[in-house]
Ligand binder design. Structure first.
Ligand SMILES: [Zn+2]
Length: 314
């Protein structure tokens, strides 16, 4: 019922808003016709080809340009990634024209415009998969970990990454340069939380089972992307619960060697929750600090489009 109500509201919105600016160009409601897992497989296989030096450069010919112009876009995935020039999405996933609905912003943070773009990718171009992609050696994450990035508007990016820095400091004790790698992953999960907190469109899409939101890290040294799957607390996030806002509690210390896999499972979990380590050992989230999300932004996409409309004199 909820889905029906949502669809109706969305259609009404489409009829009376600047959404119509895009409807002529895009075939909204149509997707690439693949499931989230099939989309994930395509990205993984494309990345394997790229990393192995066997890229096929699909969908890069003039006929593809013509095809997408005539029939609209049906991208494989919506990806929120860092602006870093070493992470060109179509290249590293060996995709082409019309294949990736890309949102690039330094530090892959999820401000209102990024959220609006993701909602557009899901609700309008029909992508079944949303990836929040961080990367190694990220300048934005490095700056956030080492008290840099205070110049101009860069500061706002630092504020968006700061919750992840605080989480890692609280859960592992790591600060400065040694925190960069774990903060990269923690930031991905924090941004996923912010996306769900701010977007009913995204929550409903995932609840319906038609869309998945996953985290991944791209290694700028190997060219390989590692996918970490959905946020471990996705069910809570879908029900509007924040997985932060939990008071710090003492628990067993985090295992000395926190692997990315363990960390991926532990970031965002409540205090005192044991998660199995790959080696069969147990590690425990030491503390989870309180983090406040930005206020819910149910109309991000609409706000975004209204801004766009104003730029165009509408
Ligand atoms: Zn970066």
């Amino acid at each position: 019922m909820k889905t029906t109500a949502y669809s109706f509201c969305f259609l009404v919105l489409l009829s009376f808003s600047p959404f119509t600016l895009f409807t002529a160009a895009d075939d909204h409601g149509h997707s690439a016709g693949i499931t989230p897992d099939e989309a994930l497989k395509r990205l993984q296989e494309g990345n394997e080809r790229f990393a192995a030096g066997k890229a096929e450069h699909p969908n890069c010919q003039p006929d593809r340009v013509k095809e997408t112009a005539e029939h609209g876009q049906h991208p494989v995935a919506t990806i929120l990634a860092c602006s870093d020039s070493r992470v060109p999405l179509e290249v590293v996933f060996d995709q082409g024209v019309g294949d990736i609905f890309a949102i690039k912003v330094a530090g892959n943070v999820s401000g209102a415009s990024q959220l609006g773009s993701i909602e557009y990718g899901v609700a309008h171009t029909g992508t079944a998969l949303v990836v929040v992609l961080g990367h190694t050696k990220c300048g934005a994450v490095t700056a956030a970990c080492t008290d840099g990035g205070h110049e101009g508007s860069v500061e706002s990016l630092m504020q968006s990454i700061a919750p992840a820095v605080k989480r890692i400091q609280a859960s592992t004790g790591k600060t400065g340069k040694e925190a960069i790698e774990p903060v990269c992953l923690a930031n991905i999960y924090y941004q996923i939380e912010a996306l769900f907190a701010g977007s009913e469109i995204l929550r409903e899409a995932v609840k319906s089972g038609k869309v998945k939101v996953v985290g991944a890290v791209y290694d700028v040294e190997t060219g390989k992307a590692e996918f970490y799957g959905p946020h471990p607390k996705t069910d809570d996030l879908l029900n509007g619960k924040t997985v932060s806002g939990i008071e710090p509690q003492s628990a067993e210390p985090v295992a000395a060697a926190v692997t990315p896999e363990v960390l991926a499972k532990s970031i965002g979990l409540g205090t005192g929750i044991s998660v199995p380590a790959p080696a069969g050992e147990k590690t425990t989230v030491k503390t989870v600090i309180s983090v406040r999300y930005p206020a819910a932004r149910p109309g991000s996409f609409r706000d975004f489009m209204q801004k766009k409309g104003s730029f165009m004199g509408r």
